[in-house]
Design a protein around this ligand. Structure first.
Ligand code: AMP
Length: 448
C-alpha cells in the first residue's frame, strides 16, 4: 500500500501531514500526484469526501519554491463562502511549517477590508468567482505571478451560474499557467469549457466502484404530502440511532418550515444552514454541529455542497432532489471512510419520477418501507404543493442560492458566446435519458 513517504514530500509538508494523523494517501491523491507534478492541465473527477482537496494541494505544495512576489502564485476558485473558509483552513494546516501566505475572499463582506488584505501580499488565494472577478477588475488582485489556477467543484460553480465570472477571470489571466480542475461530475457544460479554454487536460478519476454508495443503506417512504413528512421526521427522530443527522430540503423556505416544526419537539437540537442566514450564523452552526452540540442540521444542497462534516450517521431527504446526481451527493455525506451510513428519503407522489431517474442512474432500487403506524397522515396541502408549476419553480430555486453579492446574481444571467455549437461535444447524458424513458414506458404499461 502506498504511503505519504512514497510522495517524497519536503520535510515541512510531511510534518504537517503527520500532525494531521494521515498515514495513507487516498486513491484520488495517488492518482492526481504524478499527473499534477507533470505540469499538464488536469481534470480530476472526484466527489467531496475522497480527499480531493489534498489531491491538488499536495503536489502544488511539493513543488513550492520561495519567490519574492506579493501577488498570488496559486488561485483556487470554489463555489461558496463556506468552501472558501474550509479550503483556506486546509491549506493553512498543510503549510503551517512553510512560509506561504494564504487568503480567502468571498462576496457579501466588506470589499475594502479584503482589498487591504490582498495588498499585504498573498501567495495562495482562495475565493468565490464573483469576488475574485471584482477584485481583479479593480486591479487589486493581479495575476502577473500566477503559476497555477485551480477550479474546485467546477460543476457546482457552473450550476450556480458563475460561468460569466469564471470566463472573465480566465480572460484576465494572461500568463502561461497550469490549470487544475476538479469536479464531482462531468457535465456537457464542463466539456464545452474544456474545449474552449483549456489545453486538453488529462482526466484523472476514481473508478465508479470506489464510490461510497455501497456502504450506505438507502431507505425510502412514500408520503402523501409535506405536513405528513414533518410528522414522519419527528417519529423517525425518536430512534436514538439517528445520532448525527443531515436533513436535506430543496430550498430555504422548506428549510425554515422543517426547523420550525423540529423546534416543537426537539428544541435546540437542530440548526439550519441556508443562504438567508448570515455568514457568522452559518459558521457558528457548523461548528456547533461538528462539536456535537447539535444533533443535526437542516440544509439545502447549495449550502451543504463540499462541506466536510464528519461522522454523519443519517442523511434524511425531506424533499427528493430534483437532479439524480444531487441525490448521490447528498447521501454521500454519510458512510464516509470506513463508517456505515443510512439515507432515508421521503417521497411525495410528485417526486416519484425523480426517484425512478435516480434509481436508474445508480442501477439500484431504494428499499421502500411502510409508513410507521404512529405517523399522523395529514390531508392539507401547503401552497407550494398545490400546483405543479409552483412546485417546479420551488425545486429550481436552490440553483439561484449562491449567497453571493447582488451583482453576482445579476451577472449570472449574462450569456457569453463561447465558440458556437461547432465546438460542442456530444451529450454524455443521452444514453441515461433513453433508459429513463424505457423504464418510464415500462411503468406506464404496467399501470394500465
Ligand atoms: P475532501 O474530499 O477534500 O473534502 O476531504 C475529505 C476529508 O478527508 C477531509 O476531512 C480531509 O481532511 C480528509 N483527508 C484528506 N486526505 C486524507 C488522507 N490521506 N487520510 C485521511 N483523511 C484524509
Amino acid at each position: 500500500m502506498a504511503t505519504f513517504e512514497d510522495f517524497d514530500l519536503p520535510k515541512s509538508l510531511q510534518k504537517a501531514i503527520d500532525e494531521l494523523g494521515f498515514t495513507t494517501p487516498t486513491p484520488i491523491q495517488q492518482r492526481a500526484m504524478p499527473v499534477i507534478l507533470s505540469g499538464r492541465d488536469v481534470m480530476g473527477i472526484a466527489q467531496t469526501g475522497t480527499g480531493k482537496t489534498f489531491a491538488y494541494l499536495l503536489p502544488v505544495l511539493k513543488q513550492w519554491k520561495f519567490a519574492k512576489t506579493d501577488t498570488p502564485r496559486v488561485v483556487i476558485i470554489v463555489p461558496t463562502r463556506e468552501l472558501v473558509v474550509q479550503v483556506a483552513e486546509e491549506t493553512e494546516k498543510l503549510t503551517q511549517y512553510m512560509s506561504v501566505r494564504v487568503l480567502g475572499i468571498y462576496g457579501g463582506v466588506n470589499i475594502n477590508t479584503q482589498k487591504n488584505k490582498v495588498y499585504e501580499g498573498v501567495d495562495i488565494l482562495v475565493g468565490t468567482p464573483g469576488r475574485i472577478m471584482d477584485l481583479a477588475l479593480d486591479g487589486v488582485v493581479r495575476f502577473d505571478a500566477l503559476q497555477k489556477l485551480i477550479i474546485d467543484e467546477f460543476d457546482e460553480i457552473l450550476n450556480l451560474g458563475f460561468r460569466f465570472q469564471v470566463t472573465s477571470i480566465l480572460s484576465m489571466m494572461k500568463q502561461k499557467r497550469q490549470n487544475i480542475l476538479f469536479s464531482a461530475t462531468m457535465t456537457d457544460e464542463i466539456d464545452e469549457m474544456l474545449n474552449d479554454f483549456f489545453d486538453f487536460p488529462e482526466e484523472v478519476s476514481l473508478a465508479p466502484s470506489g464510490t461510497p454508495l455501497e456502504k450506505i443503506r438507502q431507505q425510502a417512504y412514500h408520503v402523501p404530502n409535506f405536513l405528513t413528512k414533518l410528522n414522519l421526521l419527528k417519529v423517525l427522530l425518536q430512534n436514538e440511532e439517528l445520532q448525527r443527522v443531515l436533513v436535506f430540503v430543496n430550498n430555504k423556505r422548506t428549510a425554515d418550515l422543517v426547523i420550525e416544526s423540529l423546534e416543537e419537539e426537539y428544541e435546540a437540537q437542530f440548526g439550519v444552514i441556508h443562504s438567508n442566514k448570515s455568514q457568522n450564523y452559518r459558521l457558528k452552526t457548523m461548528a456547533a454541529f461538528q462539536e456535537g452540540e447539535l444533533r443535526g442540521i437542516v440544509t439545502t444542497d447549495v449550502m451543504a455542497r463540499g462541506l466536510d462534516i464528519s461522522g454523519i450517521t443519517h442523511v434524511i431527504n425531506i424533499e427528493f432532489p430534483d437532479v439524480p446526481e444531487q441525490y448521490i451527493h447528498r447521501i454521500g455525506r454519510t458512510g464516509r471512510a470506513d463508517a456505515e451510513g443510512t439515507a432515508i428519503s421521503m417521497i411525495s407522489p410528485k417526486e416519484e419520477e425523480q426517484q425512478i431517474e435516480t434509481e436508474l442512474l445508480m442501477e439500484k432500487e431504494l428499499e421502500l418501507l411502510p409508513l410507521p403506524e404512529n405517523v399522523k397522515i395529514e390531508e392539507k396541502l401547503l401552497d407550494f404543493e398545490k400546483t405543479k408549476q409552483k412546485v417546479k419553480q420551488l425545486l429550481k430555486k436552490p440553483k439561484q442560492e449562491g449567497g453571493e453579492a447582488f451583482h453576482d446574481k445579476k451577472d449570472k444571467n449574462k450569456k457569453v458566446n463561447l465558440g458556437g455549437p461547432g465546438k460542442r461535444t456530444p451529450r454524455k447524458t443521452a444514453p441515461r435519458n433513453r433508459a429513463v424513458e424505457a423504464k418510464r414506458a415500462a411503468k406506464k404499461k404496467k399501470g394500465k
